[in-house]
Design a protein around this ligand. Structure first.
Ligand SMILES: NC(=O)c1ccc[n+]([C@@H]2O[C@H](COP(=O)([O-])OP(=O)(O)OC[C@H]3O[C@@H](n4cnc5c(N)ncnc54)[C@H](OP(=O)(O)O)[C@@H]3O)[C@@H](O)[C@H]2O)c1
Length: 224
């Protein structure tokens, strides 16, 4: 993540980093795991805590809950005492249950707007116009929709502004701070593997193949 949003040279053995982008790794995490956390972890923190302000007993809906950012957003929101609903493929539901999600919606077979209503916050990691518009329907009055993929669709913005007690839209800049990193500490899944996975693959090829297989949860970390 150093120099974000510039390319970080993730396959290099050595990189430089500005001191403001360094943070202490949490005691509970080995360095390789901590090294995989910042980009996705801080995105999760920024959306759940800083932007949506999800807290105790809030009802939050997370789209793409089993993805790289989503599975961390689930853990952050759960640790803050929220009631969590996530959209994910049915094959991911056991994994999400291990992370403590309360309700799951299989996006391939169920329309989430028919299964859920009156939520305080939607964290949308899919980010299409369709998902944005449908997500507005499930928000309670005054609820917050956070669109993560860059660029919010104009029609979603217009519809959000027309909502009763709608707040004006706001944009968050890309993550530039490191201080929150030391507050992140993801837990183990019941399978015994960490959701952020270190690897000692000699070849980077296998690592990229594993990523492309779609079976990876969280980050794949190359170690020397
Ligand atoms: N990773 C980062 O560090 C990072 C940082 C900043 C911003 N972002 C942005 O955040 C977004 C998500 O990134 P990511 O890294 O979490 O992606 P990812 O690990 O590739 O996960 C994408 C997830 O999307 C889910 N998905 C696909 N279609 C869906 C649908 N129709 N409904 C619900 N879920 C659906 C898939 O879920 P299933 O497995 O359940 O099919 C998959 O788990 C992207 O726009 C990315 O640019 C990522």
């Amino acid at each position: 993540m150093p120099w974000f949003p510039r390319l970080a040279k993730a396959n290099a053995e050595f990189v430089t980093a500005p001191s403001r982008q360094l943070a202490l790794a949490p005691d509970a995490l080995p360095d390789a795991y901590a090294g995989g956390l910042p980009l996705a972890g801080l995105t999760a923190w920024q959306t759940v805590v800083d932007t949506a302000g999800v807290g105790q007993r809030d009802r939050a809906l997370i789209h793409a809950a089993a993805g790289g950012v989503g599975h961390l957003a689930v853990q952050v929101a759960k640790a803050r005492g929220a009631h969590l609903i996530g959209t994910a493929r049915a094959e991911q539901h056991d994994f999400l249950r291990e992370l403590g999600i309360d309700e799951q919606i299989g996006y391939e077979t169920e329309a989430f707007e028919e299964a859920v209503s009156d939520v305080d916050a939607v964290i949308d990691l899919v980010g299409t116009e369709d998902y944005g518009m449908r997500s507005l329907q499930v928000l309670r009055e005054g609820g917050v929709l956070v669109e993560v993929p860059s660029g919010v669709d104009e029609s979603v913005l217009a519809a959000a502004e027309e909502r009763p007690s709608g707040r004006p839209p706001s944009w968050s800049s890309p993550i530039t701070w490191a201080s929150s990193t030391s507050r992140l500490s993801p837990r183990r899944g019941a399978s015994g593997s960490w959701s952020t996975r270190p690897s000692r693959w000699g070849g980077r090829f296998e690592a990229h193949e594993y990523l492309q297989s779609g079976k990876a949860h969280g980050k794949v970390v190359l170690t020397t």
